[in-house]
Design a binder for this molecule. Structure first.
Ligand SMILES: [Mg+2]
Length: 275
């Protein structure tokens, strides 16, 4: 059962892994309480790594966006599903050289940055993310490659994305279409899977039990955090929270990140890091 309200029994926190949209900002507007909280944690020396299912932005894009809101971070502090997909292909399929990408330029760039060729010619892996220029021909190429034995990777499972005036289909919607056509289940990179949490943990080098996962979505953020063994905080500043008894509940629920208490670093000692 999650705890709510103030005066909570917060665990010792050596590091923070946080979602972005709905936690740090909503669309193009900063969430002031979050800016204040992340600024305070930075000043206290608590390392933070941001994780986002969005494969259409590079870490540099995210750095520029939050810097405009007054929070200074580095590209290494941002883990996207695009970056993680590229690293996952390298680790899981070390002999692969040719990858067919359906996605935004940021996904193509991430795949190329690990030395893989992006091509529609005999690809060994198909990677799908959100592609606002998706066509039937692109999906045909993906289906054909998968039926010829290419591995199938999806950046994130999000089916529906909120827009300024409604909704649009997310990457998960088109990934699902290709999965239906091929009857091949894709390997999903983004939350609620734990790949990005593991990448973030390896960057922070903090212990799971003292690394707080902050997110606004029970279905993705909190499930990923709990599956990875982290204490989790659901902040209700993003998408409306849908109750679902089949999902693992968060450890804490707050309406503002001001409610999250992270003990200040003790003067003269460094935060405990995993060797
Ligand atoms: Mg979110």
């Amino acid at each position: 059962m999650a705890s709510t309200g103030s005066h909570l029994n917060w665990p010792p926190v050596d590091g923070i892994i946080s979602d972005l949209d709905g936690v740090v900002y909503r669309g193009n507007a900063a969430i002031p309480d979050a800016m204040e909280a992340f600024g305070r944690w930075q000043a206290a020396g608590v390392p933070v790594c941001f994780v986002t299912n969005n494969s259409t932005h590079t870490p540099g894009d995210v750095v520029r966006k939050v810097e405009a809101f007054g929070l200074a971070i580095a590209p290494k502090d941002v883990v996207t599903s695009a970056i993680t997909a590229a690293e996952l292909i390298r680790a899981k399929y070390p002999d692969v050289t040719r990858v067919y990408v359906i996605g935004a330029p940021s996904l193509v760039k991430a795949i190329a940055s690990v030395g893989l060729e992006t091509t529609d010619r005999k690809p060994e892996v198909v990677v799908m993310g959100l592609d606002r220029q998706i066509t039937h021909e692109k999906m045909r190429t993906a289906v054909d490659a998968i039926l010829n034995g290419a591995a199938f990777i999806g950046t994130n499972p999000d089916l529906l994305l909120p827009t300024d005036n409604g909704f649009e289909p997310g990457a998960g919607a088109t990934i699902t279409a290709v999965a239906a056509a091929t009857q091949v289940k894709p390997l999903i990179v983004g939350k609620p899977e734990t790949h990005m949490i593991e990448t973030a943990l390896s960057r922070l080098r903090t212990a799971r039990s003292s690394t707080l996962l902050i997110g606004d979505q029970l279905q993705t953020d909190i499930q990923a955090g709990k599956r990875a063994g982290l204490p989790t905080v659901l902040v209700t500043t993003g998408v409306p929270v849908r109750e679902d008894p089949s999902l693992i509940p968060p450890d804490f629920i707050v309406s503002s990140l001001r409610e999250v208490e992270v003990p200040p670093m003790i003067a003269g000692s460094s935060r405990q890091r995993r060797a």
